[in-house]
Design a protein around this ligand. Sequence first.
Ligand code: HEC
Length: 98
Amino acid sequence: MRKIIALFFVTSFASLMAADGAFLYKKCIACHGANAQKSALGKSQVISDWSANKMIAALKGYKDGSYGGPMKSLMQGQVGSLSDEDIEAVSNYIVTLK
Ligand code: HEC
């Protein structure tokens, strides 16, 4: 019994900690659209048909300041608090949107 309870805590903790791409994308929807099909604020490229790798590279680039256009500081604010794992999760989620 004790083992089962311990297992329960371990698995629920793990799922709480795991980066959830769908959840993370919620704060991007206002600008990029529910299906990532919008040009954010009329400025960004449409990212719905990007590959996950291209997305991850761009988001990590915003985070460390090595990527972006005229409005990159805005995106830096969006991704600054995301871990690399979060960036990968949200990118892998966006490529499933069509
Ligand atoms: C307040 C509006 C806004 C929000 C919220 C926002 N973005 Fe952006 N995003 C932009 C703008 C504007 C650009 C273009 C910035 C630039 O000049 O490089 C951009 C660019 C991007 C790009 C690169 C596209 C390009 O044109 O090079 C990606 C990828 C991206 N955003 C993903 C995300 C993700 C993922 C989130 C949520 C974590 C998010 N954005 C949240 C406005 C937003």
